[in-house]
Design a protein around this ligand. Structure first.
Ligand SMILES: NC(=O)c1ccc[n+]([C@@H]2O[C@H](COP(=O)([O-])OP(=O)(O)OC[C@H]3O[C@@H](n4cnc5c(N)ncnc54)[C@H](OP(=O)(O)O)[C@@H]3O)[C@@H](O)[C@H]2O)c1
Length: 280
């Protein structure tokens, strides 16, 4: 039986773990609050930021997924989660005598600072504009320092069941600028899990994948579509507070690897979220 460790097993990690368990894998799930894990995962209660709590990791781990997310904003919280946490985990795995064949590290498209609407992919320059992207980039480097084969997966904004911030914003009628068009990128939670599972099945996964759907779109376009779908008035126009146009993230490499999206665009994805809300 293949032994999977999901470190930071939250929304994406749990969706992934359920798929891996259905494939016949044993899923070891690490987080601080293990009461929120499905019953058939093997729970590991530990704090990635506290090396002393990582004393009893199983030796038989074959593959590691690192999907921890900082629960709060701020440089220190991000550093603890994305840099210190992975460093501690790799050290603890070494101490346990574990020799996983691959580590998948969940990162973010926030590592790209491009802001003029240009396309970015795995080969684009990474000059983050914010502290969060800088810490994630350091986290990617810390993951690679462990001398395991590493695949970094850079997710765009994740939405899905219960992750409905934009829907609530549209319902509240929060004003949104139309000019200049500001591109946004996203991926449904179930595709995050699907991508991580898909990459495991590749004979030679590459070092990095950008994981976004097929449809980067200006925020105003998404907001208008959601308002129409919800049958509420389109939110008022706002004056743009900055001149940035965002970036468009390409999933070309992921697509070429054979991944087939459950939700290739925001319309399908949000429609499914709303149908669940509507009980349909
Ligand atoms: N949100 C987005 O739009 C977005 C965009 C790009 C990339 N990502 C990345 O996608 C990945 C998956 O995110 P998600 O949506 O699944 O996040 P999530 O639902 O918040 O899950 C994160 C998990 O990490 C655990 N965790 C956090 N700090 C920990 C610590 N010190 N020790 C042990 N466990 C810890 C949390 O559990 P406990 O609190 O119980 O410990 C939680 O279960 C993350 O790497 C995230 O950074 C997210």
């Amino acid at each position: 039986m293949t032994n999977m460790l999901i470190a930071g097993c939250g929304d994406v990690g749990t969706a992934l773990g359920l798929r891996l368990a259905a494939d016949g894998c044993r899923v070891w799930a690490l987080r601080r609050d293990i009461d929120r894990l499905p019953e058939h995962f093997v729970p590991i209660r530990a704090d990635l930021a506290d090396r002393a709590t990582l004393g009893s990791l199983p030796r038989e781990i074959d593959v590691v997924y690192y999907t921890a997310a900082a629960g709060q904003a701020g440089d220190d919280a991000y550093r603890r989660t994305y840099v210190t946490g992975i460093t501690h985990l790799l050290d603890a795995l070494r101490t346990a005598g574990a020799r996983p064949r691959r580590l998948f590290y969940a990162s973010s498209t926030g590592v790209y600072g491009q802001d003029r609407g240009e396309w970015v992919d795995e080969c684009s320059a990474t000059v983050p504009r914010r502290f969060s992207g800088r810490q994630l980039l350091e986290g990617e480097a810390a993951a690679r320092a462990g001398r395991l084969p590493v695949t970094v997966v850079r997710f765009a904004g994740i939405y899905g069941p219960g992750r409905d911030a934009l829907i609530r914003r549209v319902r509240r009628g929060v004003p949104c600028a139309a000019e200049p068009p500001c591109y946004t990128n996203r991926i449904h939670r179930d595709d995050c899990a699907g991508v991580l599972r898909h990459l495991l099945g590749l004979a030679r996964p590459q070092r990095c994948y950008v994981a976004v759907d097929d449809q980067p779109a200006p925020l105003r376009e998404v907001v208008d579509w959601l308002a129409d779908r919800l049958s509420v008035p389109r939110p008022p126009l706002a004056v743009a507070v900055r001149d940035g146009r965002g970036k468009r993230c390409s999933n070309g490499r992921l697509r070429a690897s054979g991944y087939d999206f459950l939700f290739p665009g925001y319309r399908d994805g949000y429609d499914s979220v709303l149908r669940v809300d509507e009980g349909g």
